[in-house]
Design a protein around this ligand. Structure first.
Ligand SMILES: [Zn+2]
Ligand SMILES: [Zn+2]
Length: 203
């Protein structure tokens, strides 16, 4: 138990992931869907920081470390956060202040993201990722067969993510790798990418 309290960064270092295998088509799909969605929805950096909320140990609370669907969402939001101001256009107040395209999230979703309970926050993260993945899939204009292939790919990602979550729970490292999921069984982002509600249940 004591080694668990070692700094998260030390442990993350021992488990760092190999980019060569990780940045596959599915990773890039989720990454693109997230950046695209963040701009289209006009996310503010406060929204991003709430999604990328960290535990006291400095670990992302709403994500499962090493989950193949969570990791591209985290990285895309980190990239979005560094966006420059838009050049050459007369912008709305929101677009100008937040350097983005859309008008911002609706109040209900923002309230959920700002909740002090983890469940509403995960519901909001799940709703956003679900929207972004759906938007991207529609834009890809897939044939039914291609769509089936993508569904399978995303389901496989969810299985891997769930396996990581179960592993962290079993070896007692949840606090370091998925601190938001002490009382929750399913990865909210994996569920979003496969059209499931945050906490799981019927599809
Ligand atoms: Zn390595
Ligand atoms: Zn996940």
């Amino acid at each position: 138990m004591k080694s668990l309290l070692l700094s998260a960064s030390v442990l993350l270092l021992t488990l760092h992931l190999h980019a060569a295998n990780a940045f596959d088509e599915r990773w890039q799909f989720i990454y693109s869907a997230t950046i695209e969605g963040a701009f289209a929805d006009g996310l503010t950096n406060d929204d991003v920081d709430r999604i990328l909320r960290k535990s006291g140990d400095g670990v992302y609370e709403h994500f499962v470390y090493a989950c193949p669907l969570c990791m591209p969402v985290i990285n895309a939001l980190r990239a979005y956060r560094e966006r420059p101001p838009l050049f050459g256009y007369k912008l709305s107040e929101h677009q100008d202040r937040h350097r983005t395209l859309g008008d911002g999230l609706d109040a209900a979703l923002r309230a959920k993201l700002a909740s002090d309970r983890v469940e509403p926050r995960l519901e909001a993260v799940n709703a956003l990722v679900q929207r972004w993945v759906d938007r991207r899939l529609k834009l890809m204009n897939l044939t039914p067969d291609q769509r089936k292939t993508w569904n399978t790919r995303l389901e496989e990602g969810r299985k891997e993510g769930m396996k990581m979550l179960e592993k962290f729970r079993a070896d007692g490292s949840l606090k370091v790798f998925a601190p938001g999921f002490a009382n929750l069984k399913e990865c909210a982002v994996c569920n979003a990418a496969t059209g499931r509600p945050a906490m799981g249940g019927a599809k």
